[in-house]
Write a protein that binds this ligand. Sequence first.
Ligand SMILES: [Cu+2]
Length: 322
Amino acid sequence: MRRHLLELAAASALTAFSIATAFAHASLETPTAPAGSYKAVMRIPHGCDGQATHTVRIDIPEGFVGVKPMPKSGWTIDIEKGDYARSYDLHGERVSSGVKAVIWSGGALPDQHYDEFVVRGTLAGVEKGQKLYFDTLQRCAGAEVAWTGHPADGQDPHSLDHPAPMVTIAERTADGHGHAHGAAADDMPVVAGDLEISAAWAKAMLPGQPAGGGYLTITNTGDEPDRLTAVTSPAAGAVEVHKMEVVDDVMTMRPVDGGLEIPAGGTVELKPGGMHLMFMQVAEPFRDGGRVPVTLDFEKAGKVELTLPVTRAGGAMDHSSH
Ligand SMILES: [Cu+2]
């Protein structure tokens, strides 16, 4: 276990470092993503030369389609629509036009504060390694900052004064056709202290379905029990651990009280038909091939972050009644 602990410490130090260095620029919270559903969280770290930002404009790059902005209290949203350079297959339909720019205005983001501006859409017709630039403009009372620098071939984007925020297309790991466990295998198991987490996936949801199920296996290789006390995800308003119970001959599900214990030397499986993660208040139903980031909070092992590939596989559970 000592080796795993060291690896984990090295990995988190690296993460902290890259967040710190990326922070001075406008940037996307998720800088690499596979084709499919993508939530672009634009991070605006400061104002223009000390002034408060009142307008943020994000130009939507070609290949990011079906885009919708997330409303933001205190800000007015305008969208500009137009034709794409080509047409895309979006949930079985051909689309050739859509949102090309989103403008938040009328707000007040002081220079010393940080804020996020969010749009959702689908990365379509993109290839692994491709970079999509989200040209972003910040306007203040008497100045503006244009994050629109695109590096030339071979140029280091860090050498630009105002690089455009960008996402690099990653390989799609979930093939979504009955290989839920295999799909997760590339970054599994996730090791945190004495815990190993594997076979993690989320079930694709139907349109309009408000809650979805997630599954994973947690093995405790230590000689003390641990406890999963909280689960959060940016993709859901709330996440609970549910267990199945028969009440008056009817199978029901209810939250596990007081956290989920992972016994010393034991394995706890969350799987269809049994215990599961319940994602509630899901803004955008999980789509086959997508990815759901989650943070698991353990009493001893601490916070563990992982990504659940979304597939249609498995699952007799029906969550539509939630
Ligand atoms: Cu449930």
